[in-house]
Unconditional design. Structure first.
Length: 342
């Protein structure tokens, strides 16, 4: 049995469709997902949502996402949610349900996760893995204007421990008491996950492919956990923290001018080391990341009603022409086409 979350063509609402025949697939339509849809989803999964631009209890039909969201339960008992959406409004999720192993894979875009008192920025090609509990809520922040393709999976003992291999993985994961982990997914696995997300094959074949890919992802997670427990892992975590400080600096103040040498001094490493280690950690060059942060900031300014020239200048661009070219490449439309939501 496969469960899809689709959007009805007549009401633009989330609906759950259970396919008893695994050879029949209903394609998800790219529709709008509203605040009230999030509330229904939250009740099913024990997740609270916060929309900073709208008060709690707001009844205005506000579209938060546009795109496709799909849910399925794999044969192993793993619950999987796949999303391919454009974030229209900023929002945060607060998850406090129990799961000995939760993973979030970002195929495109980025999200900010807060858990166990630490903040993690998860970018394209990265995975975040942790344990969820009612005592340690996990917060995920989504930024408006970003295209987001993700996979999130939860392993729940009551449903999944009948698999001896998965049972052994969970026992090893819990026994080590490792803190949350982030790592870059191997390219071959990223390609497979991306293809499977939009594969139009039959239900059984597609589910088998996805299940195999998820098992590889779990194996990668266990391998990363073992690396984190080896001697010298503390030094690697310290190095990653210095890289994370640079990433946060660029994300929080993208409008400022930066040089590679200046950033390398702040990271206490050579310019060449910073260049290569940043790309290895986050899957993009340091200045590609800065460009994306500037464009995301400019996108918000445009939605607030600023002119193209103002948005470009306030985001760190000296020339509106260069900004317009970069914006079109990133979002597929010229900045002048961005309009303030009504």
């Amino acid at each position: 049995m496969i469960i899809f979350t689709l959007l009805s063509s007549d009401s633009n609402r989330l609906i759950s469709v259970t396919l008893q025949d695994p050879n029949v697939l209903v394609p998800a339509q790219k529709k709008f997902i509203l605040i009230e849809d999030f509330k229904r989803y939250g009740k099913r999964y024990g997740i609270d949502y916060h929309f900073p631009q709208y008060p709690k209890g707001a009844t205005t039909p506000v579209a938060v996402l546009q795109g496709d969201v799909e849910e399925m339960t794999l044969g192993s008992g793993i619950s999987l949610t796949q999303s391919d959406v454009l974030v229209l409004e900023p929002y945060e999720t607060f998850s406090s349900h129990e799961s000995p192993l939760y993973m979030l894979v970002v195929l495109e875009g980025h999200v900010v996760v807060s858990h166990y008192g630490q903040q993690y920025s998860i970018h394209s090609g990265m995975t975040f893995a942790t344990r969820l509990s009612s005592h340690h809520a996990m917060t995920v922040r989504h930024v408006a204007g970003h295209k987001l393709r993700t996979l999130s999976l939860g392993v729940y003992p009551g449903e999944a421990w009948h698999s001896s291999l998965l049972s052994a993985l969970l026992q090893e994961w819990q026994f080590s008491n490792t803190p949350p982990l982030t790592w870059h997914v191997p390219d071959y696995l990223l390609v497979g996950l991306a293809r499977a997300q939009h594969d139009s094959g039959t239900g059984v074949a597609r589910q088998l492919i996805i299940e195999g890919l998820i098992m590889q992802l779990l194996g990668q997670g266990l391998h990363q956990q073992q690396i984190a427990l080896k001697p010298g892992a503390l030094a690697l975590r310290c190095e990653h923290q210095r890289l994370e400080n640079i990433r946060k600096l660029l994300e929080q103040s993208p409008e400022k001018e930066y040089s590679l040498n200046g950033l390398a001094q702040q990271a206490a490493m050579s310019a060449s080391s910073l260049r290569s280690k940043f790309r290895l950690a986050y899957g993009c060059t340091i200045f590609d990341f800065l460009r994306d942060c500037r464009l995301a900031l400019a996108h918000r300014y445009l939605l607030e009603g600023h002119s193209v020239q103002q948005a470009a200048w306030m985001s760190g661009y000296q020339h509106a022409t260069n900004f317009s070219t970069a914006f079109r490449r990133r979002y597929g439309i010229p900045p002048v086409d961005i309009r303030r939501p009504r």
